[in-house]
Design a protein around this ligand. Structure first.
Ligand SMILES: C[S@@+](CC[C@H](N)C(=O)[O-])C[C@H]1O[C@@H](n2cnc3c(N)ncnc32)[C@H](O)[C@@H]1O
Length: 388
């Protein structure tokens, strides 16, 4: 059987659903076969995976290999090209190959695989830095933080493991990292994070978002991306649905809007506004207020504040579209559960289950009209909300 599994590993299925099913089954098998000795290796030494990935990024290793995935590099050639000591590079490569981040051939040469190629992209580089520099210290401070808080469910985004780890009083979103490269890295990661997943418009009746000629002339906003970073979702909507006429507006904190590429926004007729979503919404009566990955950043009380400002701005036919993971009440996957723990340790926030979404929206005077799940992997969904 082991031989059959090895053979399958050489020729994995290409169909996305089959792949995912097999991936989960193999993971279960892996866990069921694990001895305490295996578990010791998995838990105690896994702390090096992210730092070693950062070294692969910093040395230019992933980029160099990914430039030509067909090229098989000798250690000597790579060492000269990257200017890394041969002995050190050999040990780095041995580690990265053992975790599948690069490929090692039987003749001792190295080449890029699909993970290497992904790791050479700006989004993966940004994510590596964000998780190493911002999130990992919070993960390490998490046990002590929970213990000191008497094991209460965290509800304050200024009293989490993040503050303890980074010696700050401010919440993660108001924090200025001492390393100026950390914030741009986060934004690169945000842009790319869900690029391989399906897009929300693929399972949402986008034609319900049309405006009348008069509304267009009156400059009614069609789509306001609240906390939309530098506008990538507005641009994506314009590109995917050029037939949608009306104003597309991205709102975010002033320092984030200042980073937006104005020429790119203009090219796609996207407006930008610096706006704090804890203040009253300046664009009244938009057809749709869209929030992606915002609610999962905040504890319930803060989410209610954000949502109430939107509810106050809504016209009778406005909708709020919340683009987030919806977890099942029972049987959440490991990907969903680990994201939830991250949100808790950094932001006292939550990845919410179906019941929790209903409860949250109810507290803000809203109700769930429909949940449109567009990617089953981690439950990416549009929660369509209207006033209760
Ligand atoms: C997780 S990111 C999501 C960005 C974007 N919606 C996306 O899905 O790619 C959260 C965003 O919320 C923004 N944000 C945080 N606090 C904010 C505030 N008080 N007012 C407006 N935006 C805020 C951040 O600047 C960041 O762009």
């Amino acid at each position: 059987m082991a031989a059959q599994l090895r053979e399958l590993a050489q020729n994995p299925p290409q169909d996305a659903n089959e792949r995912r099913e097999l991936y989960e089954a193999a993971r279960l098998l892996h866990m069921s076969l694990e001895t305490p000795f295996d578990a010791m290796h998995r838990l105690f030494w896994s702390v090096y995976q992210l730092p070693m990935t950062q070294i692969g990024v910093d040395t230019g290793l992933f980029k160099t290999l990914a430039e030509d995935p067909n090229r098989h590099w000798t250690l000597t050639d790579l060492s000269v090209d990257l200017n890394v000591d041969t002995k050190l590079l050999y040990r780095i490569l041995r580690y990265l190959a053992s975790f599948g981040l690069v490929s090692e051939s039987a003749n001792g040469t190295y080449h890029a695989n699909s993970t290497t190629q992904w790791l050479s992209t700006p989004g993966a580089e940004g994510g590596t830095k964000h998780y190493l520099k911002t999130v990992s210290p919070a993960a390490h401070a998490f046990p002590e933080t929970l213990s000191q808080q008497g094991y209460r469910n965290p509800t304050s985004s200024t009293d989490t493991a993040f503050q303890k780890a980074h010696h700050t009083d401010v919440s993660a979103y108001s924090w200025t990292p001492p390393d100026p490269t950390v914030l741009p890295a986060f934004f690169e990661f945000m842009k790319s994070q869900r690029a391989s997943q399906r897009n929300w418009t693929e399972n949402f009746p986008v034609d319900t978002l049309t405006l009348s000629e008069k509304e267009i002339q009156d400059k009614r906003a069609l789509f306001v991306d609240v906390g939309g970073a530098t506008g990538h979702q507005c641009i994506s909507l314009r590109q995917r649905h050029p037939e949608l006429s009306g104003r597309l507006v991205v709102e975010d904190q002033e320092r984030v809007i200042a980073r937006a590429d104005e020429a790119e926004l203009n090219k796609h007729q996207v407006e930008s506004i610096a706006h704090d979503f804890f203040q009253p919404q300046p664009l009244k009566g938009a057809k749709a207020y869209y929030l992606r990955n915002i609610m999962h950043d905040w504890p319930d009380a803060k989410c209610v504040e954000i949502l109430r400002h939107l509810r106050d701005a809504m016209a009778p036919d406005s909708v709020i579209l919340i683009d987030e993971n919806v977890l099942p009440d029972v049987g959440a996957s490991w990907k969903q559960a680990q994201k939830d723990i991250q949100m808790m340790s950094v932001l006292a926030a939550v990845e919410r289950s179906v019941s929790e979404w209903h409860e949250l929206l109810g507290s803000a005077g809203l109700k769930v009209e429909k949940i449109h799940t567009y990617d089953d992997d981690i439950g990416d969904s549009i929660i369509e909300a209207i006033p209760a």
